[in-house]
Design a protein around this ligand. Structure first.
Ligand code: BES
Ligand code: ZN
Ligand code: ZN
Length: 458
């Protein structure tokens, strides 16, 4: 992929003037009468979605003018990379400098194309950024988000546990991080029985993938991701329409990987631990079954009520492992329940937390970077819905209501009360296209969490 950005340098770039309803009258005063007439004849208005080329006296494009409603919105100009002709551009206009990082991130996100299996229609327009902009922040935020998108968009056949592992291995190498993994039957001998149980029916063995990075004296931040490379539902097989999108069921892992990449690239002063529980929830003669009772790493026994509630199973072993190191902060990401989508829709990252301050910080940060999140309650009263007659717990609640909450409560049963924890239940997919957010895999809550982490640790 060609880079979206050029930083400083002498390369000439075509100017795009960004105007709001408030700044437009002042801009008009700077123009000659011919150009003002041009804008009027073309009925240009300073509002979102309006874009017009302004010619010079010879009829060549002198610059472009683009209307926006909110300069602080990272997606305000995210359509430009595909609307403008191929080439190099630079932004000007009142208020642009103060919001350059947000606008540039939107530009980079809007330039994304998934080109693994077919050629791009065209190259996106590129953006030249002034030396004053925080280049690494822009570049790496876009790279991390596009990494998440690529991971999710790649079909299951090409994004099995071994492929996820290869990606984590590459990222570890880039950042001189430690990498290790436990594969297949070794998960049994090392006591990760749930990850093994969920993944054992696949010809692609399940894995617990781990990356470690940073100074050991820094606060320990552990990220955990649900990496179900494909969720058929198992023996409780999903109907066709439900199964259709399940290549994205490693979306939580994609988020954890993308966030880890961003943390390392921008050298956040933390000790980072990434745990990805990767497995394919497949159907075979050795699939786990409804009614089976399985051991977990923590020693809690779980009765399988429904093999389609597999995410919480792989996660519970990873969360137990995570808590053994007593991290200062533990965050997991998962495409865990359809119920979370019923609760907040597909475009808001639902999260749960056992730490009020952490939850408030995530909500605030999300608002600041236009990456919407919403907290749902870990309502203790619903814990009794997870009771089993034959085991300590069952993997599904006896009531379908509040399904995202009961799933989160299940996970909480494996998290040390003293560990500050947030659990994200995300869609990881754009069902419709919006500026800078094409249909397909998407990072949701990633920029919010990174913003929160920067405030805490930078
Ligand atoms: N991966 C799905 C959840 C999912 C479905 C997320 C659609 C996003 C969109 C998960 O493994 C699952 O199947 N969950 C079940 C749980 C139920 C059996 C308790 C669900 O949500 O229906
Ligand atoms: Zn499932
Ligand atoms: Zn799943």
């Amino acid at each position: 992929m060609t880079e979206s950005f050029v930083f400083g340098g002498r390369q000439t770039a075509i100017s795009v003037v960004i105007v709001t309803a408030a700044s437009y009258p002042r801009f008009l005063k700077k123009l000659g009468s011919a150009q003002v007439a041009w804008l009027e004849q073309n009925q240009f208005e300073a509002r979102a979605g309006k874009l017009l080329a302004i010619p010079d006296a010879d009829g060549n494009v002198e610059r472009f003018i683009c209307g926006v409603s909110d300069l602080a919105d990272p997606f305000a100009i995210a359509d430009l990379p595909m609307q403008l002709p191929e080439g190099l551009y630079t932004l000007e206009g009142s208020g642009v400098k103060a919001n350059i990082e947000a606008l540039a991130i939107g530009w980079g996100l809007g330039a994304y194309q998934f080109t693994r299996y077919k050629n791009a229609r065209r190259k996106p327009a590129r953006l030249k950024l002034p030396n004053s902009a925080n280049h690494p922040h822009v570049q790496e935020t876009v790279a991390a988000t596009n990494r998440v998108r690529d991971l999710i968009n790649t079909p299951a056949e090409d994004m099995m546990p071994q492929h996820i592992s290869a990606v984590v291995g590459e990222i570890a190498q880039t950042h001189a991080a430690e990498f290790q993994e436990i594969i297949g039957d070794d998960l049994l001998t090392s006591n990760y029985p749930c990850i093994h149980t969920v993944g054992r029916a696949s010809v692609h063995p399940p894995r617990l993938i781990e990356l470690l990075w940073g100074d050991k004296s820094h606060p320990l931040l552990t990220l955990v991701g649900k990496g179900i490379s494909f969720d058929s539902g198992g023996l409780n097989i999903k109907p066709s329409n439900g199964m259709r999108s399940m290549k994205k069921d490693m979306g939580g892992a994609a988020h954890a990987i993308g966030l880890a990449q961003l943390i390392m690239a921008l050298e956040l002063p933390v000790r980072l631990r990434l745990l990805v529980a990767a497995a394919e929830n497949a159907i075979s003669s050795n699939s786990f079954r409804p009614g089976d009772v399985i051991q977990t790493r923590s020693g809690i026994t779980v009765e399988i009520d429904n093999t389609d509630a597999e995410g919480r199973l792989v996660l519970c072993d990873a969360l137990t492992e995570a808590c053994e190191e007593k991290p200062d902060l533990l965050i997991d990401f998962a495409t865990l329940t359809g119920a979370a989508r019923v609760a907040v829709g597909t475009e808001i990252a639902a999260f749960f937390s056992n730490d009020k301050e952490l939850a408030a910080d995530i909500l605030d940060a999300g608002e600041q970077v236009s990456d919407p999140t919403w907290q749902l309650p870990l309502h203790r009263g619903y814990r009794s819905l997870l009771k089993s007659h034959v085991a300590d717990l069952q993997n599904c609640a006896s009531s379908p209501f509040g399904g995202a909450i009961t799933a989160a409560l299940y996970l909480q049963g494996f998290v040390d009360n003293e560990v500050s924890w947030a659990h994200f239940d995300v869609m990881a997919w754009n069902n419709r296209s919006r500026s800078g957010r094409p249909i397909g895999g998407e990072a949701m809550g990633l920029r919010a969490v990174f913003e929160m982490l920067e405030k805490r640790y930078k």
